[in-house]
Design a protein. Structure first.
Lengths: 313, 287
């Protein structure tokens, strides 16, 4: 009996040390406190949650008690809850400039310009432009000036293959990493047909999840497809957006519908809830943790990233 | 020198006995002897629209006998071909032809007028065959210069680092990287375009030329021969690589059926020889 209890205690200590090692925040906390104290706050998991009704409209005004949070199927107590509409945004508009969208690149440019003018709040939000073909390029670094961003977009020309996963991977890693409280969003403008990436879709999603980046996609018509709505890119973009808590929109060139999409996107980003909980030490057994968030009210559905990597929180 | 010389003389005698036939054809012959000014002819040819390529018609092409053919026996203008450097590659891959103006290695013996007339003859014959999308006359061609430009296009320094820049470990590229990539792509596209529209260039060097005299030919003393010997170099325009070399000799000595009144001269023979050599190689490749 004594041996069994000692074994459990030893296991808990090992797991607790693993938490400390996997988290930079844990190391900072530990350096200030008592050497014998293990601070579980280091493993706080924060996630942004969108709530939509049956017609896809964003729902605001809910409180902490309306949500249930499950980590690997285990209910977790919510220790942080807020709905901050003024939280700054860090956005990267990632534009496909490959040959497959050559004829619709102008549409992509229109879409991106509208996005900046309708969503960007000068002085608060910042955005950058990333273009990709077989490589990923920062066409314009972070700025809050929509006209500068529009100029960068207008310079884009079509060339090469489609390394969409590489672009998401590198943008998340190089431009949207960091520990500030800004909401990080990628708006992907593409036909979704990746052809030349080094990274797999899993690697791209992993990097986005690690940096708490939500991916939204504006799907462009594929000029090679006879049935433009039945595209190879759609399931890929579905997976990318749903895993990171975003969604996709099909842009057929109708700018009035585009405005509608941007309005709903803006509302969604501004009305997102921020939910924080601490994971249990026992759940470190697997590296990837699946998050499920449920809304208790009927006909409402919560959308968030599919999970997180324990070492990155 | 020519094996059919004796036969030609016999035919010449026979020609005198059918003067009536000659009388009927006299206006045509006279017209053929009065060549229009070369410049005018070139201008006229330049206005001719680009012919449609009809290489399928070459399936039954068997080549032309430069000495013993009805054409040469009746109208004169025989030719002989010696291949100095055998042809490399496939001539059927060339869609365009450029003919450089002849280089005279016989000094002033070859006048500009004769030179232009010769080029015009070759150009018109190629155009009537419709085996090239375009046939153009150029002033000169430098294989070394074109080859160097081609090599410059092939070696693209940015390309060597592309793999490195696009690897997953590499940081996101800059706007300058994107511009460099655009330039690189534009160069590659241009090169591909050049390769897809391959141009064959013929450079003509005149080794021997004698205008000849129809009056002397009429004397039947083996005098007054019209002779033209050229060395032809064939180049791939893009790479500057020589793909073949030939010597073609054309001759007209009044030994044909029409004798000194034969409309064809040495220039016609050389033009026929060149067109035949290129055509038969394209026909062989097409098969």
């Amino acid at each position: 009996m004594f041996i069994g209890a000692a074994a459990i205690l030893a296991t808990q200590l090992v797991v607790a040390q693993a938490i400390q090692q996997s988290s930079p925040r844990a190391q900072n906390t530990n350096a200030q406190g008592d050497d014998d104290t293990i601070t579980i706050d280091a493993a706080l998991v924060n996630t942004h949650v969108s709530v939509r009704d049956g017609r896809g409209h964003s729902v605001s005004g809910l409180n902490k008690d309306d949500f249930t949070v499950l980590d690997e199927g285990n209910e977790q107590p919510i220790i942080h809850f807020s709905q901050e509409s003024n939280q700054p945004l860090r956005m990267a508009i990632v534009v496909d400039r490959s040959r497959s969208v050559e004829k619709v690149l102008a549409l992509a440019q229109i879409a991106a310009r509208k996005f900046f003018s309708s969503v960007l709040r000068p002085g608060t939000d910042r955005a950058c432009v990333v273009a990709f073909d077989s490589g990923a390029y920062l066409a314009q670094d972070f700025t809050d000036d929509a006209s500068v961003l529009a100029t960068a977009l207008s310079r884009l020309t079509a060339a090469g293959g489609t390394s969409m996963f590489d672009a998401i991977y590198k943008t998340s890693r190089d431009k949207l990493s960091g520990s500030d409280q800004a909401r990080r969003v990628i708006l992907l403008v593409t036909d979704g047909d990746d052809t030349t990436s080094r990274a797999s879709i899993e690697q791209a999603m992993q990097m986005a999840l690690k940096n708490n980046v939500t991916v939204y996609a504006l799907r462009l018509p594929d000029e090679n497809s006879l049935n433009v709505r039945d595209l190879r890119g759609k399931p890929v973009l579905d997976r990318l957006t749903e895993t990171t808590g975003g969604r996709q929109f099909y842009f057929d060139g109708d700018t009035s519908r585009l405005a509608e999409f941007f309005n709903s996107l803006q509302t969604e980003i501004r009305s997102q809830y921020s939910i924080g909980y601490r994971f249990q030490s026992g759940s470190l057994a697997r590296r990837f943790h699946r998050i499920t968030i449920k809304v208790k009210a009927p006909n409402l559905k919560a959308f968030t990233r599919s999970g997180y990597y324990a070492g990155s929180e | 020198m020519f094996s059919n010389e004796r036969a030609g003389k016999i035919l010449n005698v026979a020609a005198l006995s059918i003067l009536s036939a000659l009388a009927l054809s006299a206006p045509c012959v006279a017209q053929s002897l009065q060549s229009p000014p070369a410049e005018e002819m070139l201008e006229k040819l330049a206005r001719v629209p680009t012919p449609v390529v009809e290489r399928r018609n070459l399936e039954g092409y068997k080549g032309q006998n430069g000495i013993l053919s009805v054409k040469t026996l009746v109208l004169g203008g025989e030719f002989r071909v010696t291949t100095v450097v055998p042809f490399r590659g496939n001539l059927a891959e060339y869609n365009h032809l450029e003919i450089a103006r002849p280089i005279s290695l016989v000094g002033s013996a070859l006048s500009a007028e004769v030179s232009n007339r010769q080029v015009a003859k070759i150009k018109s014959q190629f155009e009537s065959r419709k085996i090239f999308e375009s046939v153009a006359v150029i002033d000169s061609y430098s294989p070394a210069l074109n080859g160097a430009q081609h090599d410059q296009l092939r070696v693209e320094p940015d390309d060597t680092h592309r793999e490195e820049n696009e690897s997953l470990e590499a940081p996101i590229g800059s706007a300058e990287d994107m511009e460099a990539r655009d330039r690189q792509m534009a160069l590659k596209e241009r090169e591909l375009e050049r390769l897809s529209t391959r141009t064959l260039v013929t450079v003509i060097e005149v080794l021997d030329y004698a205008k000849g005299s129809r009056l002397k030919q009429a004397l039947s003393l083996d005098l007054g021969k019209s002779i033209l010997t050229v060395r032809l170099r064939y180049y791939d325009k893009t790479t500057g690589q020589e793909i073949g070399r030939q010597i073609i000799s054309g001759r007209s000595d009044g030994s044909s059926l029409l004798g000194p009144l034969a409309p064809r001269d040495a220039l016609s023979g050389v033009a026929d020889g060149l067109v035949d050599q290129v055509t038969r190689r394209i026909a062989a490749s097409a098969k």
